[in-house]
Ligand binder design. Sequence first.
Ligand code: AHR
Length: 653
Amino acid sequence: MTKRWSLPLVLVLGLGAGFASIRAAGPTVTIDAAAPAGKVSPLFYGLMTEEINHAYDGGLYAELVQNRAFLDNAQSPAHWSVVQGDGAAATIALDKGEPLNTVIPTSLRVDVTQASAGHAAGVANDGYWGIPVRPQTRYRASFYAKAAAGFTGPVTVSLQSGDGKTVYASGQVASLTSAWKQYELTLTTSNAPTTANARYALTVDRPGKVWLSLVSLFPPTFKNQANGFRPDLMQMLVDMKPKFLRFPGGNYLEGDEIADRFPWKKTLGPLADRPGHMAPWTYRSTDGLGLYEFLLWAEDMGADPVLAVYAGYSLKGAHVNPGPDLQPYIQDALDEIEYVSGPATSTWGAQRAKAGHPAPFKLTYVEVGNEDWFDKSGSYDQRFAQFNAAIKARYPQLKIISTVGYEHPENQRVHSVTPDVLDEHYYLPVAQFLTKSRSMYEKYDRKGPEIFVGEWGSYETPFEPWNARSRTEPPTPNMQAAIGDAAWMTQMERNADIVVMNCFAPLLVNVGPGARQWRPNLIGYDALRVYGSPSYHAIKLFSTHLGDEILKTTTIDTDVLVSVTRDSKARTIYVKLVNPGDAEVPVTLDLKGAGTIASTGTAVTLAADAQATNSIDAPAAVVPRTSTVTGVSASFTYKVPAHGIVALMLGTR
Ligand code: AHR
């Protein structure tokens, strides 16, 4: 991190055995509160999401069974093992000869050759880095099964300890038939321990042959929705008060190849009709969290959908030629927009209504592709223009986002038409964010296009974010990175009239061994626990103290980064101060034209050693604290702690 203090300005005081640096004189920030310099975009802070780091499967999507449809690995039933105690014997194998349907073409054959009462045999799943067991908890279990002639069951379904010696909850399906049928039951734990060292087992107590498909187990979900979300993770997101959800984001939209693009039509309806697909981050997606679930997710958070449509370019370089070849993809995007926002009487709106949501979702922004500057064929200009024309012809009210922003060379940008919005992505080391944060969007033309910072995040050098799967660094960033993020947010907030939306990426990471492909990430979790990185707390601090007006500031020293906004109704002024240095800095705030200022305000502060961080085992090492600020007036001094991020709330009337 750059240290910009000139020595005479820093007073180093010895305090007992330790030393703390306190700056003798600091910057003065003059705030023009007489009239706002601009309006804060109403969608300013939001979330970006993609299937990476087991964000959905093994993350937000609450399904506990990994490889529930037996499609993850063509050679062997990954995550499934044989259950065979003393006096019991069984084998398991993938079977393409007995498919559930054409969509899920492989089932699991369980061949029990020896079993009896008290000596059960069958199969067990180890979940996503464990299966979370909690006391007094209800689980929804379901599976499809059929039996070979001469066998009718029963099948015992249970949550057990990892070694199978303790049963935490169980239920029974009395009889199977020779035809595929879905069975559903509830498992309830009583005084079970809280543990993730558990497995989900389906066993029988007599010899026979059974085929299984779509074996599912859900714990309680957010708002108790079927096929729903993990409540603790959802709460973390809701607490950020996001105004939009960008989906399906990033490379997940594109897929490695054209055939692997996000297949939204195949992500709808009953789970047995969803084949899932190979996603770009090295594992298959079940698509249990499909287009409809994305929309519910946004709605549950009080956020607007920002829909990304596949635009004819995939990650490994293949593209669809503009012109007639692209037309089917454009039609697909129009259908998708209709599914999201069309009336229940429209073809695709009717499908949404059938799923349970007759009311159209509010849709303002549609993004065409993802990071199309990677398309070296140069086809994006024409592809974008074709999508733009078709979407605008049918939905003139929509704003269309180009995925190539000003940070890319002129010849990669869209020229044939002027996009409404440009999506810029910044993954930068902390020092670069600190530099960029001083001045950047100030130079952007207010006439547009609008700017969407659709992916951004600071990282601590030398930990470059890409290909982080095999690395040993923590999956989430430390306080130093949170400072870089906060500095960047001051820059975006000062320009929140032209920067209409922004979102950190990636959002989620399962911290299980081998689960991640990227670092740093905002929120980490295992099967039982969840925590926010210092960057999570910084973003939450910013997004929950925002208001709707930008107030212009002038500083005579830019070592502390500043942004000032106001809630025009409540007349609360929010002053964000970010101190990247290792000395406390007294900042003098001169409020001009603010009216009567309450003498007491509130400060929310996130400050810690630059290397400090949170982790799954120490989730609250770096968290914000709230304090009262006294002596507030039209000109007062506030001391910003070293490596500190502060939001001051100042009442005025
Ligand atoms: O968020 C990680 C990846 O970074 C996204 O998938 C992609 O859009 C970007 O390159």
